[in-house]
Design a protein around this ligand. Sequence first.
Ligand code: AMP
Ligand code: TRP
Length: 332
Amino acid sequence: MNRIFSGIQPTGNLHLGNYLGAIRNWVALQPEYECIFCVVDLHALTQSVDPAELRATTREVTAAYIAAGIDPERSIIFNQSMVTAHSELAWILSCLTPLGWLNRMTQFKEKAGKQREMAGLGLYAYPVLMAADIIGYKATHVPVGEDQKQHVELARDIAGAFNRRYERDFFPLPEPLILGEATRVMSLRDGTKKMSKSDSSDYSRLNMTDDADAVALKVRRAKTDPEPLPETLEALEARPEADNLVGIYAALSDVSREQALRRFAGKNFSTFKEALSEVAVSVLGPIGKEMRRLMADPGHIDAVLRHGAERAAAIAIPILREVQDITGLLRP
Ligand code: AMP
Ligand code: TRP
C-alpha cells in the first residue's frame, strides 16, 4: 500500500488555506493510503516561539486534525519531536545535500527577507528536516498545498542522492499530491498574497476556529472588484480576488471552479458572498466546535499523540537502523 506523510507547523492560527490546501484532502485520502500526519513542532522552532504557546498550538493542530475527520485509530497522528529518528536522519541527509539545492528554496528567501545574515541555520536547513520526515517513513506521496511543492521535490532529490551515493534503491522517490480547487488560497484582503498564519491583518484569513459571525464579517469585507461575476474561467483568472473566492467556494462545496462559476455568473458579489459565507459556516462551524471540545481535554490529546508516536517510531526506527548500517555507523 502506498504511504502518505504530511504535516503542519504548530505556529499561529490554523486557517482556511491549511484546511483546503492540506487537511481536507488528507481526510479523503485515508481509505486509500496508509497515512501518517505529523504536527511538526521542530519546524516551528525555526521561528522564535514561546514555549507555552508551542505546547498549546501543538495540541490545537492535533485537535484540528481530529475535528476535521482524521481518525487517530486508522491514521497515525503524532508530534515530530517525540520520534527522534527525524532529527537523526536529517543530519545524515544534510551531509548529502548540496548548498546549491537549498539556495534555490523560495520559502527561505521569503522568510529570511532582507535580514539574510541574521536568519537561523534551522530556517535554512528546514527543507532537509522535511525530507527526513518524509523519506524516514519511505512515504510515497505527500499531500500539501502548492507552496510546499518545491520542498517535496527537494525531498525527492535528496532521496535520489542517497540512493546514488550508496548504490541501491533504498528510498522511494516521494511525489507531491496537490489536490482540490484551492491549492493556493490567497489573502481575503489582497489577491496577490498567500493566506498565511503570520499576516497581521485578522481580516486576511478565515481561521478554523472562527465562529459564524466572524466568518460572515470577514467574507463580507473580503476585497472584490465592482463588476459582477464573469461568465468564463478565463475572465475569472484575470481577477485575482474574485478567482480566489470562487476557488474557495468550489473547494468547500466539492464542485469544480467551472460548476461554481456557472452558479454565480452575472450575479453580483453580495449574492455570491452570502452563499460563500453560508457554505464556509456550514463546513468550518462544526469543525471549530469540535476543536474547542477536544482542546478542553489536553490529557486526551496528549494520549493520542503518545499513541501515534509509538506507532510512528515502530516504522521510523527500523528504517533509521538500516540507514545507519548502510552508511557505516555502528549502531545499537
Ligand atoms: P504551514 O501553515 O506552512 O505549516 O502549512 C501547512 C499546510 O498547509 C501545507 O501543506 C501548506 O501547503 C498548506 N497551506 C498553507 N497555507 C496555504 C494556503 N494559503 N493555501 C493552500 N495551502 C496552504
Ligand atoms: N514545511 C511544511 C509547511 O510549512 C510542513 C512540513 C514539515 C511538512 N514536514 C513535512 C509537510 C513533511 C509535508 C511533509 O507547510
